[in-house]
Design a protein around this ligand. Structure first.
Ligand SMILES: [Zn+2]
Length: 270
């Protein structure tokens, strides 16, 4: 593993890059579910339509300087914008601290960015856009050969990515099909199937199983906790993609450690 660059300058540069990335991810979160281009037109105030000038569009800082209001009409700007920017900034700084400027950094940062968009589009619209999952699947398969999060090297990694994508899609599709038979309702959209194909391409079959396990446990825990709190049924809780996204990132970052620990356990070691 390449050593990280500890100088403050490198960290500040990575943080700035993360904030700018987060600003772009905000545009993706807002526009993908509406089927709009993320390139044109430039950012506009959703309330008055005034184009946002570059000095009013500096991640986090502009939101603070403008006190969460549009410079033209004074409409409130959601705290979600600086939140997504901060999450992307924190993710890049954390991954850079862990991996330095390496293949691990590039792969995990791309994966985290896609998952961040999927989390918020599923939260807002219950949509996991093809514009994220399909290019994500393609990137996952394309970089598999050099993906350090997959066991082995070269051809073995490519095989694991393909197997992971097939397993991820297959399991989610199977669950949906069984659910439809039992209840006569569509349990999950195909968005979940494509999302898990992408997750499998990055994390392999072991990562798919870890992701599904962690997301199911978290989903059940949150669902149970919400029944007395809000008087709602399990059906009204967070969409499953909101659990799959953080679970998938944890699976990617932790899969090598988890697999090693599991194999150690099988061998009877501590
Ligand atoms: Zn405005």
């Amino acid at each position: 593993m390449t050593p990280s660059l500890p100088e403050p300058a490198a960290s500040i540069f990575v943080l700035a890059a993360g904030l700018v990335l987060g600003s772009f991810l905000n545009v993706c979160i807002h526009r993908f579910p509406l089927g709009l281009s993320v390139v044109r037109p430039g950012s506009r105030c959703p309330a008055c339509g005034t184009p946002i000038r570059w000095f009013h569009n500096v991640p986090v800082f502009s939101w603070l300087a403008l006190r969460a209001r549009c410079a033209s009409c004074g409409a409130r700007i959601s705290w979600r914008y600086p939140l997504v920017e901060s999450l992307a900034g924190a993710a890049l700084v954390g991954l850079h601290a862990a991996y330095g400027l390496s293949a691990s950094f590039a792969v995990s940062a791309a994966f985290a960015a896609a998952l961040l968009v999927l989390f918020f589009t599923d939260l807002d619209h219950r949509i996991l856009p093809d514009a994220v999952t399909l290019p994500g699947l393609a990137v996952g398969l394309a970089v598999a050969w050099v993906n350090p999060f997959l066991e082995g090297s070269g051809a073995r990694r490519a095989a694991l990515a393909l197997a992971g994508a097939a397993l991820g899609a297959g399991v989610l599709w199977g669950i949906g099909a069984v659910w439809e038979k039992l209840r006569g309702v569509e349990a999950m959209g195909l968005g979940d199937v494509k999302m898990m194909a992408m997750v499998g391409a990055f994390t392999g079959p072991a990562g798919v199983l870890l992701t599904l396990f962690a997301a199911s446990v978290a989903g059940a825990a949150v669902g149970l906790a919400m029944i007395p709190l809000r008087g709602r049924s399990l059906k009204d809780t967070l969409p499953f993609g909101c659990f799959l996204a953080p679970a998938a990132l944890a699976a990617l970052l932790g899969s090598r450690t988890a697999l090693a620990a599991y194999l150690e356990l099988l061998r009877g070691g501590p």
